[in-house]
Design a protein around this ligand. Structure first.
Ligand SMILES: Cc1ncc(COP(=O)(O)O)c(C=O)c1O
Length: 401
């Protein structure tokens, strides 16, 4: 395991808030801020060219990204968000008129809109009906036809934290010759991944949540196994390795790099790349398995409270196989919005998603954060103030209205 005090020292937000919202956005770390600042200071002085250090950082991102995905480095590239890799899949896989794509009806829109565009090409999009917010493997099997060519699915569902059984789903896809595409943003960095074992063809994860990077960063994976069938929907001059030598740019005969780097696009956001490099290195140093263990230990305390308090109802899955670092719950009395505002008022940051409070715990949360959260929820259930702020938030919030 890791030293939580040392981890927290990197994250200034921990001094002021109990932040349980990694599933929305990761707070910026001190080192992440510093490396970005250094790039901007350089840029202000006009010195910023296409510096070698940014390309070194990108190389490191691909290496660390591969470790997080459980892939080979040459299969991983830098993308700007999750949408980047989903578009790569939607427009790069060999699909034709009459083909069918399967999606779950509870996907985040980033994993829906790129596929919907394919309807203009005569490709059919079929939504699989979820079962109480969860993806049902039996329904997947029933929905597969000879025309099914792609299943695109979240590794972990964004609103309830349900973790899909990737090994079984991957096996089904392969048995039917279906491309398996994964939106990995809610799992990458907090859940061990093994895209090879899962037989995933393409995966994509934005960097700004569990991967602790700035918005505008991400990693994608394109399996070596589909290299010959995949046609990239775009081409970039930086898909060629210029080795940071910009003196002969009119050489148009250079081959594309023999790796996923060839699918990256144009000039990179230098400051963001440097910060993302720091965060992926940090995550791998701690180890994703250790992070998962830490997060689950924290979550266990919340689950214990929610199970013991009849006022609350967990809306996600706490089943060992399907749990994650996200837990969602609602209240029986229907005032969950109020409880969410109460938490925010007490500087306990969570999110409201699909009628539930979503709590997402990450490596910077400690037992004190959990204590604050559980005390507040316990008190809210008893319909009184949290005891810490010495005011009645319910009264204050009513007044504000
Ligand atoms: C499952 C899932 N996919 C994708 C995204 C975001 O997509 P992008 O990184 O392209 O903005 C989110 C949340 O913002 C999400 O929860």
């Amino acid at each position: 395991m890791f030293d939580i005090k040392e981890v927290r020292a990197n994250f200034p937000h921990t001094k002021e808030t109990s932040y349980f919202n990694a599933a929305s956005n990761g707070p910026l770390s001190n080192p992440g801020y510093k490396v970005q600042e250094a790039v901007y200071i350089q840029a202000k002085s006009g010195l910023m060219g296409r510096q070698v250090e940014v390309y070194d950082a990108l190389d490191n991102i691909r290496r660390n990204g591969a470790k997080i995905f459980g892939a080979r480095k040459k299969e991983v590239g830098f993308g700007f968000n999750t949408t980047f890799g989903i578009n790569l899949a939607a427009f790069g896989l060999p699909l034709k008129k009459g083909d069918e794509i399967l999606l779950s009806d509870v996907e985040f829109p980033a994993n829906v809109y790129p596929w919907l565009e394919l309807r203009n090409r005569g490709i059919k999009i079929k939504f699989l009906k979820s079962n109480r917010g969860c993806f049902d493997i039996e329904d997947l099997q029933k929905a597969i036809t000879k025309k099914t060519k792609v299943l695109s699915l979240s590794f972990v569902q964004y609103f309830n934290g349900y973790k899909n059984d990737m090994t079984t789903i991957g096996k089904i896809c392969k048995a039917h010759g279906i491309f398996f595409v994964v939106d990995a943003i809610q799992g990458a960095g907090c859940e061990p991944m093994n895209v090879h074992k899962w037989q995933v063809d393409i995966a994509s994860a934005g960097g700004h949540k569990w991967l602790l990077g700035p918005q505008g960063t991400g990693i994608f994976f394109v399996s070596d196994n589909i290299k010959d069938r995949f046609r990239p929907p775009w081409r970039s001059w930086l898909g060629v390795d210029w080795k940071c030598d910009w003196s002969n740019l009119n050489d148009f005969d250079r081959p594309f790099d023999n790796s996923a780097r060839q699918f990256e696009m144009g000039t990179y956001p230098a400051a963001h790349v440097m910060a993302f490099d720091w965060s992926l290195e940090f995550i791998n140093k701690l180890g994703v398995r250790n992070i998962q263990k830490h997060n689950y230990t924290q979550m266990d305390k919340l689950i214990e409270l929610l199970n013991s308090e009849p006022f609350y109802r967990i809306t996600g899955s706490v089943d060992k196989k399907h749990r994650s670092s996200i837990i969602s719950f609602t209240s029986h009395r229907g005032d969950i919005d109020y409880i969410h505002r109460l938490l925010t008022y007490c500087h306990i940051i969570t999110a409201m998603r699909e009628g539930s409070i979503r709590v997402s715990t990450h490596l910077y949360n400690d037992t004190n954060d959990l204590k604050r959260l559980t005390i507040c929820l316990d008190q809210a259930a008893k319909d009184s103030c949290c005891g810490k702020c010495k005011v009645s938030p319910r009264k204050k919030l009513k007044k504000k209205k």
